[in-house]
Each structure stands twice: as C-alpha cells, then as structure tokens.
Design a protein around this ligand. Structure first.
Ligand SMILES: CC(C)(COP(=O)(O)OP(=O)(O)OC[C@H]1O[C@@H](n2cnc3c(N)ncnc32)[C@H](O)[C@@H]1OP(=O)(O)O)[C@@H](O)C(=O)NCCC(=O)NCCS
Length: 181
C-alpha cells in the first residue's frame, strides 16, 4: 500500500491538484498540439479517447503509488495550465529504480510566464519534504532549451546522455541536502 499523501500543493501563482475526468478538453488541447510535442517524439494525439486514457493512467498511479503528475491551475483565473510534478518510475534502464521523475507540460498559451519554473521548484520541494525522497531525476531532449534551463535553474545537474526513441536526451539529478534516513 502506498503511503497516504495529500496530493495538493500550491506556489505563488499556481495550484497543484489531482488530474480529473473534466480536464479532458484541456488535456486534448495540450497533447494534440504539435508544438507541445516537438521535443517529445513528435507524436501528438488525435483523439479525445487518448487524452482520457492518459487521465485514467495517471489516476491509477495516484491509487497504486500514491503519487503522479498534478494538474496545474492558475490561481488568478482558475484555468487549467497543464500538468507537472512527480512520477514514480518503477523500472529504468538508466538509473536505479524506483525513482521520482520531475516533469511538466503546459498549454502553449501559458508558455513564457515562468510557470514551468515555478512548478519545478514546487515539485522539488514536495519530493524532498513530503515524499522524503533523497534524490530526484529528470530528462529533457538535448535541443529543448527551455526545459534544460528550468532543470538547471532548480539546481539539477547533468549526469549523462541517452536516447528515447532515437531522440538525444540529457539526464539530470539533484540530491536532497537534508537526507532522510
Ligand atoms: C518546456 C515548457 C514546460 C516551458 O514552460 P514555460 O512556462 O514557458 O517555462 P518558463 O517560462 O518557466 O521558462 C523557462 C526558461 O526557458 C527559457 N525559454 C523559454 N522558451 C525558450 C526557447 N524557446 N528557447 C530558449 N529558452 C527558452 C525562458 O526564458 C526561461 O529561462 P529564464 O528564466 O532564464 O528566462 C513549455 O515550453 C512546454 O510545455 N513545452 C512542451 C512540453 C515539454 O517540452 N516539456 C518538457 C519535456 S522535458
């Protein structure tokens, strides 16, 4: 049984809450946008059923692992901005699993406001303070300048290179300075 966690958090301008069924339209907008998928393998989704599957998949992770990516909501408007947060990865060919992966994906109209950076800082805090994790990992396409910049800005260090479906990645890691036993 996963430990019981409060899957809500917030930061200055954003609220983080579990993904829910009525995020479907926004999730479809997000994942059917070719620009959003530019550094994610260039395979945007084409149907709402695919978006519904993603929501169900993440909800299953909440139940089974006690954690999964959050929906990000703008405080000022209540609008869905995208998703971000932590995924518990149970198997990996690169780092020792299980581990927490930090990630984010925002609707294009919200880019350029510092929201992904704000979310990444909040995710790091949550991993270290709530999940009591001693380290977190992330990876980004080598050409994804915005994402690589965010990961470095929150203090992550490049630990290696790899490939995902023939696309070159940089791997990142950060250690919790206040290590838990
Ligand atoms: C990557 C992504 C989350 C960034 O979101 P965002 O909210 O616009 O990011 P921020 O506003 O926090 O900006 C991050 C940094 O990248 C920089 N940046 C943004 N777009 C950039 C670009 N196209 N080229 C270079 N730098 C860029 C910003 O200037 C900022 O750096 P700074 O703080 O030093 O000025 C967003 O573009 C996105 O959702 N992309 C599609 C999904 C994706 O690629 N996710 C990451 C997978 S690893």
């Amino acid at each position: 049984m996963p430990m019981k966690l409060n899957l809500y958090a917030e930061s200055n301008r954003l609220i983080y809450r579990p993904l829910q069924e009525n995020d479907l339209e926004a999730m479809f907008e997000l994942d059917s946008d070719p620009e959003v998928h530019r550094y994610l393998g260039n395979k945007p989704i084409v149907s709402r059923e695919e978006a519904a599957q993603v929501i169900r998949f993440v909800q299953q992770q909440y139940r089974e692992l006690g954690i999964g990516r959050w929906a990000i909501v703008e405080k000022e408007t209540g609008e869905f901005v995208g998703w971000g947060g932590l995924k518990k990865v149970m198997e990996s060919g690169f780092v020792e699993a299980p581990y927490f992966d930090l990630g984010y994906r925002l609707l294009r109209r919200f880019w350029g406001n510092g929201y992904a950076t704000e979310n990444a800082f909040a995710s790091k805090q949550y991993a270290f303070n709530q999940l009591k994790s001693n380290q977190i990992f992330a990876c980004a396409h080598q050409n994804n300048l915005a994402s690589n910049s965010i990961l470095k800005k929150i203090g992550m260090h490049q630990i290696g290179e790899g490939f995902f479906e023939d696309e070159p990645l940089f791997w990142y890691k950060i250690e919790n300075e206040m290590k838990h036993a």
